[in-house]
Design a protein around this ligand. Structure first.
Ligand code: GLC
Ligand code: CA
Length: 565
């Protein structure tokens, strides 16, 4: 398919399916609202991002994933779309987007958009029409059910952002399903017209030159149409999983989407798939099934969960992390992994898995090496490459995120102390990831904007920022840059088999990648003190977060060792 003149596609030499370009790519995730404000209204925008493409190119990432920039009332920061074919004016215009795409392509950087099609905004015209009656052209676009005889909701599911997953509309005398906020009604994928409408908007962006999609909660699109009660399963928040995740027609729908749309373009696709196992992952990603290229799994994100799901202060046990990540490395066989620590829904990795005090830089680099040494496509979330840490906003009232607000209320209603609530929110709020990108150390807004940003800045930006990182040859940024460069030059990083080493070591996560005559060993210490080097390895240290190496590993030391036989 052709792209428009102002956004000619990135040229690639496409050979066998074993040589897909996205297997060598590193994706940089941009949260547009918080990346760079160009017109000083406190909100990041497309022209702002466009002016920062040099920075992303310098890092070496070759794909940008943009969180939703479509028209939206922003109840869930853009994951509630009211028009799939227009840009939210706070970010700019369609022409701004085309200019961004053209500039990115000219640098060999592809752009992936967020496809949010499990649900729309309640302000989408499809939903406004659908609410009006049981017999208009959009009546069947959403999931409507009659009340139970006593007038109550059709089943006992709760929504992610609080309250029941059903809302009553008097005009229809029926309830509609919303797995997320009530302003995010779920689309009815059983309806062929809905699927065609989704494919049509996908073609709209692909024809413009967009290079693929990150598909929001795509594992939820096929519902079990009997809508079973969940009877307390998945107690916290995600009670609809039993009826919505990995449903009966999911793979049929994705195959159809591939056949009718994706297979006609040269794309990268990644499905966000809550509640999906590594075995199920193969159904999405095995190439012969012609569905998606890779998925975002959640299991490693759940290892530190507590009573309130992710809102816990638990620390992950290294043993569990090794077991889980290794399982995904091995089980995916001819499928493909996406590799991530951070995104707009997660707290900052260095605070969560590393040490954001004395060893912030060391542990941020160690985490980078652990992930980028694995098999799959790595994703870097804006600021991760600076070793940005969590932020504790002064007051709970400063939090903006709908999920965070719900959890604060929920924990209060269950009688938790304010101290406990603060600890959980500080540790896990999505707003940790959403603070403005710090471009320099000058407050109050650190180069992001001249106006007060839509969300509070991270006060650590005085010393954790882009300018400082670019001036310091020893920064986390340059370490990430090196990791990305290695992926482009070392075939073993792309294709090598994975083997966990020294599984029982309580402090060190080590593994080996092997490909032909190349052997790459990665040794990562999670200890904040010295520990012995776990085993001897032939070869040369090609990357490390310390200059000097001995028989002991320094705190959070990481070594990547290459041997060619
Ligand atoms: C995904 C998004 C998240 C959003 C939710 C509902 O998990 O990443 O930000 O709130 O879906 O669309
Ligand atoms: Ca702006």
């Amino acid at each position: 398919m052709t792209a428009s003149n102002n956004a000619s596609p990135v040229q690639t030499v496409q050979s066998s399916s074993a040589d897909k370009w996205w297997k060598k790519s590193v994706v940089y995730q941009v949260y547009p609202q918080s990346f760079q404000d160009s017109n000083n209204d406190g909100i990041g925008d497309l022209q702002g991002l466009r002016s920062r493409l040099d920075y992303i190119q310098n890092l070496g990432a070759d794909v940008i994933w943009l969180n939703p920039i479509y028209k939206s009332p922003l109840v869930d920061n853009g994951y509630d779309i009211s028009d799939y074919k227009s840009i939210n004016p706070i970010y700019g215009t369609l022409d701004d987007f085309k200019a961004l795409l053209a500039d990115a392509h000219a640098r060999g950087i592809r752009i992936v958009m967020d496809l949010v099609v499990n649900h729309t905004s309640s302000q989408h015209e499809w939903f406004i029409e659908s609410c009006k009656s049981k017999d208009n052209p959009y009546s069947d676009y959403y999931i409507w059910k009659d009340p139970k005889p006593d007038g109550s909701a059709p089943n006992d599911w709760g929504s992610t952002f609080g309250g029941p997953a059903w809302d009553y509309v008097p005009e229809r005398g029926q309830y509609y399903l919303h797995c997320f906020a009530k302003e995010q009604p779920d689309l009815n994928w059983e309806n062929e017209e809905v699927r065609q409408a989704v494919y049509d908007q996908m073609r709209f962006w692909l024809d413009m030159g967009v290079d693929g999609f990150r598909m929001d909660v795509i594992s939820l699109i096929s519902k079990r149409m009997e809508f079973p009660d969940n009877n307390g399963q998945y107690a916290y928040a995600k009670s609809y999983y039993a009826g919505c995740s990995n449903g009966p027609r999911l793979h049929e729908f994705l195959h159809e989407m591939n056949e009718q749309v994706l297979s006609h373009y040269d794309t990268i696709t990644v499905g966000e798939t809550p509640n999906t196992t590594s075995k199920q992952a193969l159904l999405f990603t095995a190439p012969e099934r012609e569905e998606l290229d890779m998925i975002f799994q959640f299991e490693h994100m759940h290892l530190d969960y507590g009573k309130y799901g992710k809102f816990s202060t638990n620390r992950v046990a290294l043993h569990d992390l090794k077991e889980n990540l290794s399982k995904w490395q091995i089980d995916l066989k001819d499928g493909w992994n996406s590799l991530y620590w951070d995104n707009h829904d997660q707290p900052r990795a260095v605070s969560r898995f590393g040490n954001d005090g004395k060893y912030r830089k060391e542990s941020a680099k160690m985490l980078g090496m652990l992930l980028h040494g694995m098999k799959g496509t790595p994703y870097v979330f804006q600021g991760e490459e600076l070793g940005m840490k969590n932020v504790a906003f002064e007051s709970l009232d400063d939090y903006q995120d709908i999920e965070t607000k719900f959890v604060i209320e929920d924990m209060r209603s269950k009688g938790e102390s304010e101290e406990e609530i603060e600890a959980c929110i500080h540790a896990a709020s999505r707003d940790n990831a959403r603070t403005p990108m710090p471009w320099n150390g000058e407050g109050p807004y650190f180069g992001f904007s001249k106006a007060k940003p839509w969300i509070n800045v991270n006060p650590d930006s005085t010393h954790i920022n882009v300018e400082e990182s670019l001036e310091d040859p020893d920064s986390v940024f340059y370490f990430y840059k090196k990791l990305i460069e290695l992926r482009k030059t070392l075939p073993v990083l792309v294709d090598g088999n994975y083997e966990l080493l020294d599984a029982d070591n309580p402090d060190v996560f080590s593994y080996k990648r092997t490909n032909g005559n190349q052997e790459l060993t990665v040794i990562c210490s999670f200890a904040d003190h010295e520990v012995p080097v776990p085993f001897q390895t032939d070869g040369k240290i090609i990357l490390s977060n310390y200059q000097e190496h001995s028989d002991t590993l320094s705190p959070y030391e990481a070594r990547m060792i290459l041997s060619e036989k």
